[in-house]
Unconditional design. Structure first.
Length: 295
């Protein structure tokens, strides 16, 4: 289910090392043999034109939350023949997600271990004087300190004995009881733990279920499902584990930013590999998914 990107479609990013992410995107769109109109790309990717303009301008404040910025940038970069990893890393750097000690709750998920270590080093000099004062107090009042330490240790021992005894009683009570767990027959054995559910109203009758798999990555994969009249049932970035219950009926088609990042379940059975270009509309029917036309 891996989306195939030809090497000839990827622009050499060594020539754009000094550029910002926005400059790279604008340069790829407006120069060379791959000149493109932003309006055309916006329609193909189903991303608002003003969002693409904000990416090129580096005006990230005009965009939704960070995860959507990275998702839009990934799809835009792929469409323009750029390496999406390079563009995303530049945006993270521009947003200060790689080296800031203090991040908002929204951005903190992107903080890496190296950044945490650097922050800890900076805070250590502030803590050392407090530790020295505490040690000096303990040495000066060692009798009181020893008494307190002995009391705490005694309490811990009592608690350990009490809880270990109650644990044995619980095991004895459960020994004669058989716990039976049942799985909902309408839910397949997903390849990823379920994260979020969409299309809940279709859950009881759905025969086709979509789930984002690990190939969706940290930026997720964009999914849009339309009925025969063009009405959108969902237009959403799904992250690994997210599922969507398809409404019952024929005529539904799906467009995917990264079709390799989606598992298609038909009546509880994982459908074979589905291959399609990013902008192709895939017929979401049991017949098409179980016997894909593109092999």
């Amino acid at each position: 289910m891996d989306e195939i990107i030809k090497d000839t479609d990827i622009i050499d990013t060594t020539k754009t090392e000094g550029m910002t992410a926005g400059e790279m995107l604008r340069n790829a769109r407006t120069t060379g043999r791959r000149k493109r109109e932003m309006q055309t790309i916006a329609k193909q990717l189903c991303i608002r034109e003003d969002f693409l303009q904000a990416l090129e301008d580096g005006n990230y404040a005009a965009l939704p939350e960070v995860v959507y910025i990275l998702g839009f940038a990934r799809n835009y970069a792929i469409e323009l023949g750029l390496d999406p990893k390079v563009v995303i890393e530049k945006i993270k750097h521009e947003l200060g997600l790689n080296n800031e000690c203090r991040l908002s709750n929204e951005d903190s998920v992107f903080a890496n271990k190296k950044g945490e270590a650097e922050c800890a080093k900076r805070e250590l000099p502030k803590v050392m004087p407090l530790l020295k004062k505490a040690w000096a107090y303990i040495v000066k009042n060692w009798k009181w300190s020893a008494g307190i330490a002995s009391g705490v240790l005694l309490i811990i021992i009592i608690l350990v004995i009490a809880f270990s005894g109650s644990g044995n009683k619980a095991e004895d009570l459960s020994a004669g009881t058989q716990v039976v767990t049942s799985n909902d027959p309408s839910e397949p054995a997903y390849t990823q733990p379920v994260r979020e559910r969409f299309g809940i109203k279709n859950r009881d009758k759905a025969t086709i279920i979509l789930q984002a798999n690990k190939n969706a990555g940290e930026v997720g994969t964009w999914v849009q499902i339309e009925d025969a009249h063009g009405k959108k049932e969902i237009s959403q970035i799904l992250f690994p584990g997210d599922i969507f219950y398809m409404p019952v009926g024929n005529g539904y088609k799906g467009t995917f930013g990264n079709v390799a990042g989606i598992d298609f379940w038909v009546n509880g059975v994982l459908a074979p590999t589905v291959r399609a270009s990013r902008n192709a509309k895939v017929a979401i029917t049991a017949e098409n998914l179980l016997t894909p036309a593109n092999k």
